[in-house]
Design a binder for this molecule. Structure first.
Ligand code: ADP
Ligand code: MG
Length: 625
């Protein structure tokens, strides 16, 4: 039976895992890696995903897309600043959405993420030997409605059936808590490449209950890298009066070497950044090099204010859970950036406890997602595990004076449903517009509007008389559905909240088709290459046979003549020609092998030398099957 898998679709790295005999296990990718960089590169017709895409980033900075998760489900005005420092082109799309321009084509972030999902699942399917369709995908707990919805759509575009979208820290806690007995309150501290999440959970007797969650969707290891980049570029500018950040290729090299330095500083106290030939002197045209030593202390100074920013979300999560640091039994570190020593130090400082490092910070989220996939598909090994998750932000409707009336407050357990009754402000008001708002502030303008819809056809009544029932319904994915109903007339109107930045149905369908076509084109391209490789290896084999064979020279010359056609055929685009040369070469080779072994024609040794005539026994003799 095809298995359901769990996917940690990370800003920086993604991981896929599956349940094996009651235990979640990471599935390695085609390159043998346990994590896959969430990087997609467009090279001519080709799409590269993962490590191979990351490796060529410096040479192809405009078409190598990374950290796209920062843009998924967001509005252009929310990400302008981040877009500006990206080496590839991020711009405003239709209705204030975000698009990424690559080779003159506009891509939605969902489409790019879909490429990552597609690779993870294709590689995993090959490894487990069966097609995978059902997935659980994780998102940061702090992701809002449109970010969740967009993530789900990315799965859809990749041709997957998204069973559930769950919170990353909840998943990490699942992985951690699967083998724990007894009751515990744990705090999951997840600092990845682009986002920071903190979640407090109650674990006990198979129940995982989220108490509170908070975070910062604009804080992660990449910000540390940028601090190093800014420092390096600033020093360089002082010396040479040239801003390296303006040159996309130099910027990409700076970023890569900054990340390497940062990682080294997790174990070493000093490191050297060396970037030879980083640019040319604008006047003398001589090459310029960059070399700097960075100490851990200096690095800590560079990121000092970023580190301070983790404090508030942790304290907010504690406040929301009505707990003090003493109530936390374990602190679980998740995400690559928790390997930075000063991050560990600040966690210890805030919670007053040595963090627990029993889970692998890179894998815990995907493992937990696999457990969740197992729970949903009824994996018998899992017994009765119940996952109780919460919504991260308060949801409400706009009322008179631009105020917000909250319906579902943050940290309410999901799924959740809540109805409240509203009324009109004017006599004979024929309709109302419901503005669905998300956020913690009392005024609409300070929060995010998730979408609006109208309820019309209210019968004429004095102000304050109509009873308009508004129902908020959050499903287990944390995605909101809203209904409004006027009680006397029974008039009803509803929306599934898809704000302007979310793709509409027809767009998703188009993207699914395109992704399928792309996958088909990729397959065709691979097959084309395979045909050429096969022909070429046959040529090599033929040349070897010519050398070794006892057959007469004229026959050898004939075979050689066919091998001479191979190069031209491979260089060309004509598959029929490839097939023709392949066939003739196979025949010629068969003839040569038979002649060489003293056999009559037609006795069926196959070309490619896989089988030998029966009576020839040599070192690699194998009986024909
Ligand atoms: P995400 O959840 O965003 O995909 P990960 O949890 O994979 O991210 O973390 C990626 C981040 O962790 C990157 O910024 C990477 O540079 C950083 N990182 C990985 N290993 C280390 C290390 N040993 N020291 C410091 N930072 C690290
Ligand atoms: Mg992560």
């Amino acid at each position: 039976m095809p298995k359901a898998v769990g996917i940690d679709l990370g800003t920086t790295n993604s991981v896929i895992a599956v349940m094996e005999g009651g235990k979640p296990e990471v599935i390695v990718n085609a390159e043998g890696g346990r994590t896959t960089p969430s990087v997609v590169a467009y090279k001519g017709e080709e799409r590269l995903v993962g490590q191979i895409a990351k490796r060529q980033a410096a040479l192809n900075p405009k078409a190598t897309l990374y950290e796209v998760k920062r843009f998924i489900g967001r509005r252009w005005d929310e990400v302008k600043e981040e877009a500006a420092r990206s080496p590839f082109t991020v711009k405003e799309g239709p209705s204030g959405s975000v698009r990424i321009e690559v080779n003159g084509q506009d891509l939605a972030p969902e489409q790019v993420s879909a490429e990552v999902l597609r690779k993870l699942v294709a590689d995993a399917s090959a490894k487990v030997g069966t097609g995978i369709k059902d997935v659980v995908i994780t998102v940061p707990a702090y992701f809002d409605n449109s970010q969740r919805e967009a993530t789900r759509q990315a799965g859809e575009i990749a041709g997957l059936n998204v069973l559930r979208v769950i919170n990353e820290p909840t998943a990490a806690a699942l992985a951690y808590g699967l083998e724990r007995k007894g009751n515990e309150t744990v705090l999951v501290f997840d600092l990845g490449g682009g986002t920071f999440d903190v979640t407090i959970l109650e674990l006990g007797e198979g129940v995982f209950e989220v108490r509170s969650t908070a975070g910062d969707t604009h804080l992660g290891g990449a910000d540390f890298d940028h601090r190093i980049v800014d420092w390096l570029a600033g020093e360089f500018q002082k010396e040479h009066n040239f801003d390296l950040r303006k040159d996309p290729q130099a910027l990409q090299r700076l970023i890569e070497s900054a990340e390497r330095a940062k990682i080294e500083l997790s174990s070493a106290t000093e490191t050297t950044l060396s970037l030879p030939f980083i640019t040319f002197d604008p006047e003398t045209r001589t090459p310029l090099h960059l070399e700097r030593t960075l100490s851990r202390a200096k690095f800590e100074e560079l990121i000092g204010d970023l580190l301070k920013r983790v404090r508030e979300p942790v304290q907010q999560a504690l406040r929301d859970a009505k707990l003090s640091p003493n109530d936390i039994n374990e602190v679980i570190l998740v995400g690559g950036s928790t390997r930075v020593p000063s991050v560990k130090r600040i966690v210890k400082d805030i919670v007053g406890k040595e963090p627990n490092e029993s889970v692998n910070p890179d894998e815990a989220v995907a493992l937990g997602a696999a457990v969740q996939a197992g729970i949903i598909t009824g994996d018998a090994n899992l017994g009765d595990i119940v996952l109780v998750d919460v919504t991260p932000l308060t949801l409400g409707v706009e009322v008179k004076g631009g105020m917000v009336a909250p319906l579902i407050t943050r940290n309410t357990t999901v799924p959740a449903k809540k109805t409240e009754v509203f009324t009109t402000a004017e006599n004979n008001q024929p309709g109302v517009e419901i503005n669905v708002v998300q956020g913690e502030r009392p005024m609409t303008v300070d929060n995010k509007s998730l979408g609006r819809f109208k309820l019309e056809g209210i019968p004429p009544m004095p102000a304050g008389r109509p009873q308009i029932e508004v129902t908020f319904d959050i499903d287990a994915n944390g995605i909101l559905h809203v209904t409004a109903k006027e009680k006397s007339s029974g008039k009803e109107s509803s929306i599934r909240i898809e704000n302007t930045t979310t793709l509409d149905k027809s767009e998703v369908e188009r993207m699914v088709r395109e992704a399928e076509q792309n996958a088909a084109a990729d397959k065709a391209r691979r097959e084309k290459i395979e045909k050429r490789n096969n022909l070429d290896s046959l040529r090599v084999q033929a040349l070897q046979q010519i050398e070794e064979s006892q057959a007469e020279q004229s026959l050898k010359d004939r075979v050689k003549a066919v091998t001479d056609e191979v190069e031209g055929a491979i260089a060309g685009d004509d598959d029929a020609q490839i097939a023709d040369v392949q066939k003739r070469l196979e025949e010629a080779l068969r003839e040569l092998m038979q002649a060489g072994s003293g056999q009559d024609q037609g006795q069926g040794a196959q070309a490619q030398g896989k089988t030998q005539p029966d009576d020839v026994i040599d070192a690699d003799f194998k009986p024909a099957d």
